[in-house]
Design a protein around this ligand. Structure first.
Ligand code: AAO
Length: 511
C-alpha cells in the first residue's frame, strides 16, 4: 500500500514531465510527415514489438496550402483552423491511429502549433487543407473563429511588426516569427480556443504535446492554457494523468530568453545536445569523445529531468532552426548511428529519435536550396510508407528508426532504464566506453586507429551478442560475440574501418 502511495505521489509530482509511456518504454520517434494510416500500422507491426514508447506526429490541424514552392513541409506550421484535417489524414483516420497505437501501448504526441496562424502574406480564400475560408490580411479565421482582436498586431513593439532582435524578449514573444500572424495568448478567448483544440485531442487519447515555437510565447500564457487541459483519457491512462508537455525553446545561450523560464510548464527541448554531440563526433573544434565523461549537466545543459533530447530534428536536419553545420543526420549515416547510439545509451534526458524522408538535398553557397521539399508524394498526395523485404522502408522514406543499430539501441535504453552511469573508460582521445549498472555496456572507437582493450563491463559473466553488428536470433548471434568473464571484464576489438565502429551489449542479448 505504502509503495502505491509513493508511486502515485511520484506520478503526481512528475505530472507534465512524465511522458506517459508504458513501463519499460523509454524513447519516442518523430514520424515526420507520415500519414495517420501508416503510423497506425507502424505502431502495430514495428514500434510496439520493438519497445518504442510513442510517436511525435506532424501537426494534425488544418493548414494553409502553399503552391510556391510546391507543397513544402513547412506549410503545416501555418494553421488555418483546429479541424483535424491535413495531408496526413482526416479526423476518422486520426482517431483510428490513436486507438490502434494506444491499444498496443504506443503513445501519440501532437506537434501543437498554437503561437500563430498562417503568414501575414497569406492570401484570402479557401486555399487550406480542408477548404476552410480565411483572410490573412484582415486577420479572419472564421473556422476557429479568430478575428483582428485575437492577434498581437498592436502589442508588438518592433518597427516591422516582425521579430528583429532576439535580444529583446518582448519582441520575440509579441511580434511575428518569420511573418506568422502572432496570436494574443494573453486573451482568455484565445487561450480557450487553443485549450479546446488540445482537449479535443486529449479526449481522443493523445498522451502529450510538443509546443511549437514555445520561445515565442510568454511562459505564463502557456501555463494559463495548460491549466485548462483535461486529464488524459482513462481508457488508456491512469485516472488523473496529465498530458506530457515538451516546449520547443531554442536556447544555445547568448539570447534574452532562456530555457529555464519554461521549466514550470514541462520539459524543454535541449538544442545544445545535438549541436555539441555533432561537434564531438565530427571531431571539430578540438572536441574528443573522451570529453563526454561528464556529458549532460556537466556540459552546461539543463537538468536531465527537464530535457527532451535528440541528435537532429525536422528543422536542423535541413538547415532550419538552430544548431548549424555540426548537426548529424542520416546523410552522415556512420557518424549519425554513433551519435544516436551514444544518446540512447546515456542516461541524460528523455530521448526522441528522428525518422525522415529523402529529399534532393542540393547546396548552393552553403545553403540547401531544396530545404523546403515536402514528403514523398503522388500529385501532392503523401505516399504510403512501404516496407521492403529487408524491413527497411521504400517510397522515399528513410526510417532511421528501423535501422538495426538504432532499433536495437532503443531496446538497450529500455533494458538499462534506471541504472546508473558506470565504468567509464577512455583512451584520452576518441575511444570511450561506459556501462549502465549491471545491465548494459557500450564501447566506441572514433579514432583513426583500431581499439583492442579489455574493459570492466559490470555485467554478469557470459557470452553476449553485440546488438550493433547483429541480432540475437533464436539464441544465435548474427554479429560479433563478446564474452564477459567472471570478474566482469571483456575484451573489445573495434577496427576503425568497421562499418559501425561501436559495440553494445546488454543482459537481454545474452546468449
Ligand atoms: C516559411 C518560410 C519563411 C516565410 C514564412 C511565412 O520559410 O520564409 O517567412 O513561411 O510565410 C517552419 C519553417 C519556416 C517556415 C514556417 C512557416 O522552418 O521556414 O516559414 O515553418 O511555414 C526560430 C524559432 C523556432 C522555429 C525555428 C524554425 O525560434 O521556434 O525558427 N522552429 C519551429 C518549427 C519550425 C516552424 C516554426 C517553428 C514555425 O520547428 O518547423 O517553422 O511554426 C535563432 C533563434 C531561434 C530561431 C532561429 C531561426 O537561432 O535563437 O529561436 O528559431 O534563429 O530563426 C545560431 C544561434 C541560434 C540561432 C541560429 C540561427 O545557431 O546560436 O540561436 O544561429 O540564426
Amino acid at each position: 500500500m505504502k509503495f502505491f502511495l509513493l508511486l502515485s505521489a511520484i506520478g503526481l509530482c512528475w505530472a507534465q514531465y512524465s511522458p506517459n509511456t508504458q513501463v519499460g518504454r523509454t524513447s519516442i520517434v518523430h514520424l515526420f510527415e507520415w500519414r495517420w494510416a501508416d503510423i497506425a500500422q507502424e505502431c502495430e507491426r514495428y514500434l510496439a514489438p520493438n519497445g518504442f514508447g510513442g510517436v511525435q506526429i506532424s501537426p494534425p490541424n488544418e493548414n494553409i496550402v502553399v503552391h510556391n514552392p510546391s507543397r513544402p513541409w513547412w506549410e503545416r506550421y501555418q494553421p488555418i483552423s483546429y479541424n483535424i484535417c491535413t495531408r496526413s489524414g482526416n479526423e476518422d483516420e486520426f482517431r483510428d491511429m490513436v486507438n490502434r497505437c494506444n491499444n498496443v501501448g504506443v503513445r501519440i504526441y501532437v506537434d501543437a502549433v498554437i503561437n500563430h496562424m498562417c503568414s501575414e502574406a497569406g492570401s484570402s480564400g479557401t486555399n487550406s487543407t480542408c477548404g476552410s475560408y480565411f483572410d490573412a490580411q484582415n486577420r479572419a479565421f472564421p473556422a476557429v473563429p479568430y478575428s483582428g482582436w485575437d492577434f498581437n498586431d498592436v502589442k508588438c513593439r518592433s518597427g516591422s511588426g516582425g521579430i528583429e532582435n532576439y535580444n529583446d524578449a518582448a519582441q520575440v514573444r509579441d511580434c511575428r516569427l518569420v511573418g506568422l500572424l502572432d496570436l494574443a495568448l494573453e486573451k482568455d478567448y484565445v487561450r480557450t480556443k487553443i485549450a479546446d483544440y488540445m482537449n479535443h485531442l486529449i479526449d481522443i487519447g493523445v498522451a502529450g504535446f510538443r509546443l511549437d515555437a514555445a520561445k515565442h510565447m510568454w511562459p505564463g500564457d502557456i501555463k494559463a492554457v495548460l491549466d485548462k487541459l483535461h486529464h488524459l483519457n482513462v481508457t488508456w491512462f491512469p485516472e488523473g494523468s496529465r498530458p506530457f508537455i515538451y516546449q520547443e525553446v531554442i536556447d544555445l545561450g547568448g539570447e534574452a530568453i532562456s530555457s529555464s523560464e519554461y521549466f514550470g510548464n514541462g520539459r524543454v527541448t535541449e538544442f545544445k545536445y545535438g549541436a555539441k554531440l555533432g561537434t564531438v563526433i565530427r571531431k571539430w573544434s578540438g572536441e574528443k569523445m573522451a570529453y563526454l565523461k561528464n556529458w549532460g549537466e556537466g556540459w552546461g545543459f539543463m537538468p536531465s529531468d527537464r530535457a527532451l533530447v535528440f541528435v537532429d530534428n525536422h528543422d536542423n536536419q535541413r538547415g532550419h532552426g538552430a544548431g548549424g553545420a555540426s548537426i548529424l543526420t542520416f546523410w552522415d549515416a556512420r557518424m549519425y548511428k554513433m551519435a544516436v547510439g551514444f544518446m540512447l545509451a546515456h542516461p541524460y534526458g528523455f530521448t526522441r529519435v528522428m525518422s525522415s524522408y529523402h529529399w534532393p538535398r542540393y547546396f548552393e553557397n552553403g545553403k540547401d536550396v531544396n530545404d523546403w521539399v515536402g514528403p514523398p508524394n503522388n500529385n501532392e498526395t503523401i505516399k504510403e510508407v512501404t516496407i521492403n523485404p529487408d524491413t527497411t522502408c521504400g517510397n522515399g522514406w528513410v526510417c532511421e528508426h528501423r535501422w538495426r543499430q538504432i532499433r536495437n539501441m532503443v531496446a538497450f535504453r529500455n533494458v538499462v532504464d534506471g541504472q546508473p552511469f558506470t565504468n567509464w573508460w577512455d583512451n584520452g582521445n576518441n575511444q570511450v566506453a561506459f556501462g549502465r549498472g549491471n545491465r548494459g555496456f557500450i564501447v566506441f572507437n572514433n579514432d583513426n586507429w583500431s581499439l583492442s582493450s579489455t574493459l570492466q563491463t559490470g555485467l554478469p559473466s557470459g557470452t553476449y551478442c553485440d546488438v550493433i553488428s547483429g541480432d540475437n536470433v533464436e539464441g544465435d548471434c548474427t554479429g560479433i560475440k563478446i564474452s564477459v568473464s567472471s570478474d566482469g571484464r571483456a575484451h573489445f576489438p573495434i577496427s576503425n574501418f568497421a562499418e559501425d565502429p561501436f559495440i553494445a551489449i546488454h543482459t537481454e542479448a545474452k546468449l
